[in-house]
Write a protein that binds this ligand. Structure first.
Ligand code: PLP
Length: 477
């Protein structure tokens, strides 16, 4: 496909402006550009066709099934987009007087209270712009908490080997030493490994529950006890909250601080780099370290209140990604307490349904019952016919299905990690299972040919190492 610049023909134009009816102003020569701006010259219909064609090459949740595990790529109701597009919200400025933006402040205040209720936390900041940013913020709170108590020797963060890569990365960025602990055979935290890892140098354990293999760690109360007895804090990576919201709360499991990914659980489309939102909630003991300003309410009026001297400071310009917050609030208000619970129950049901249909062909990773996602291994198939998880992912693309997450978590070889989400119908799930099972048959019939997928895409199989190490980011004709 040609770029818009290659389609450019000098003299073409997509707009016709009315003649200027105000006097021209001569700008100082120092402010003028020396060479003309290099813009493509195309007609309106060419612009429209170009970008429509480009959009058709992308694949999104609105196109079809998108079971990307650990990401919660669920369909987000369009109503929430409408709410976020209301001019009363999009037309305001963060520096406007608070008396003119009472509705926006109320929306933020209401959302943070609702997220506190859903997570079982006392206070919530909406500032962080993503999950990883929430992790960073939460670790700052954890450090501030320990230091403020004069507990200066806590420089280690414990992370299980099933953790998302952002966990150790956020810990390292905060200057902590990362202590990796292995998972037990059932995919849960190995309690003995945890007991021998904790000590007077433990700042916190970062743990998502259900974990990244889609298993709920039933030992969570014991885990909290072990970490707390050692003087450490328990951090909840909320990326998997879609599996439990409305049913159980991290605060009740013993967690002290959590991050949420509004773009996973609470109805903002994600992928493509954002914007997202990663609110952080904490128990009262950590609240004085939260970033500010915070929205407070007094006698029905909302205020932006600066926080005390113990705050870690501001972590994002102004107040965070406001329009993402609005989608989350609309989602929560529309579903209500029971609807939120039903959404997570359906997410779990859908994952179990798919897992049950696939498990004869692919060994699943431990446990008979999964939460919102499950991991199967292509290890046996690879051994028998040399076909890998990557080959299956590429073949799914040719069938019009977005592949699941592959090769994650690292503890499962040749992993395919499916997260169907609650918004998929039984018909779609059956289609997806039929498709995957059909691909298994195709692979056994002719493994060599199977490795030629995808055949229908503009790019087949790029050299992934070169693509990652030496990306070509500038177009050259
Ligand atoms: C997505 C994810 C993160 C990081 O969240 P971002 O919003 O992408 O920064 C952290 N932990 C887990 C388990 C995740 O799935």
């Amino acid at each position: 496909m040609k770029t818009i610049f290659e389609k450019s023909v000098p003299g073409k134009c997509a707009i016709s402006l009315a003649p200027c009816d105000v006097p021209a102003y001569d700008l100082d020569a120092s402010l003028l550009r020396e060479t003309p701006l290099n813009l493509p010259e195309v007609s309106e219909v060419e612009v429209v066709r170009h970008y429509t064609a480009l959009s058709k090459r992308a694949y999104g949740v609105d196109d079809g099934f998108y079971p990307l595990g650990s990401c919660t790529m669920k369909y987000n109701p369009k109503l929430n987009e409408e709410v976020a597009a209301l001019p009363g919200f999009t037309g305001i400025h963060p520096l406007q007087c608070e008396c003119t933006v009472q509705g926006a402040l109320k929306a933020m205040h209401t959302l943070s209270r609702k997220l506190a209720a859903i997570t079982g936390m006392d206070e919530v900041t909406l500032q962080p712009a993503a999950g990883a940013h929430g992790e960073y913020t939460a670790l700052q709170l954890i450090r501030a908490y320990h230091l403020d108590r004069g507990d200066t020797g806590r420089d280690k963060i414990i992370v299980p080997d099933s953790a998302h890569g952002t966990n150790p990365a956020s810990a390292a960025m905060n200057g902590y030493t990362v202590v990796n602990i292995p998972s037990a055979a059932d995919g849960c935290v190995d309690l003995d490994a945890l007991r021998s890892a904790v000590g007077p140098d433990t700042a916190a354990l970062m743990l998502t529950n259900p974990n990244t293999v889609g298993i709920f760690d039933k030992n969570i109360a014991k885990i909290a006890q072990i970490v707390h007895d050692a003087g450490g804090l328990l951090y909840y990576d909320g990326a998997n909250l879609n599996a439990i919201m409305g049913t159980i709360r991290p605060g009740d499991m013993g967690y002290d601080v959590v991050h949420l990914n509004l773009h996973k659980t609470f109805s903002t489309p994600h992928g493509g780099g954002g914007p997202g939102s990663g609110p952080v909630g904490c128990k009262a003991a950590l609240a004085k370290y939260l970033p500010g300003p915070v929205v407070t309410e007094k006698d029905g009026k909302y205020h932006l209140t600066s926080v005390g001297g113990k705050s870690i400071g501001c972590v994002k310009t102004f107040y965070g990604n406001f329009l993402v917050m609005l989608r989350a609030l609309a989602y929560i208000e529309v579903l209500g307490k029971e609807g939120i619970k039903l959404a997570s129950q359906l997410a779990v049901l859908n994952a179990n349904y798919m897992m049950a249909r696939l498990k004869d062909k692919f060994p699943t990773y431990s446990s008979d019952i999964c939460m919102h996602e499950f991991v199967v291994s292509c290890d046996k198939i690879k051994e028998e016919i040399g076909v890998t998880a990557l080959d299956f992912a590429k073949a799914m693309i040719d069938r019009g299905m977005h592949p699941p997450t592959i090769y994650f978590p690292l503890i499962v070889h040749e992993a395919l990690m499916f997260e169907p989400t609650e918004t998929e119908s039984k018909e779609t799930l059956d289609w997806a299972c039929d498709t995957v099972l059909d691909l298994v048959a195709e692979a056994y019939k002719d493994p060599a040919a199977f490795k030629q997928h995808p055949r229908k895409m503009p790019i087949g199989r790029p050299d992934e190492v070169t693509a990652a190490r030496k990306p070509v980011l500038i177009y050259k004709a």
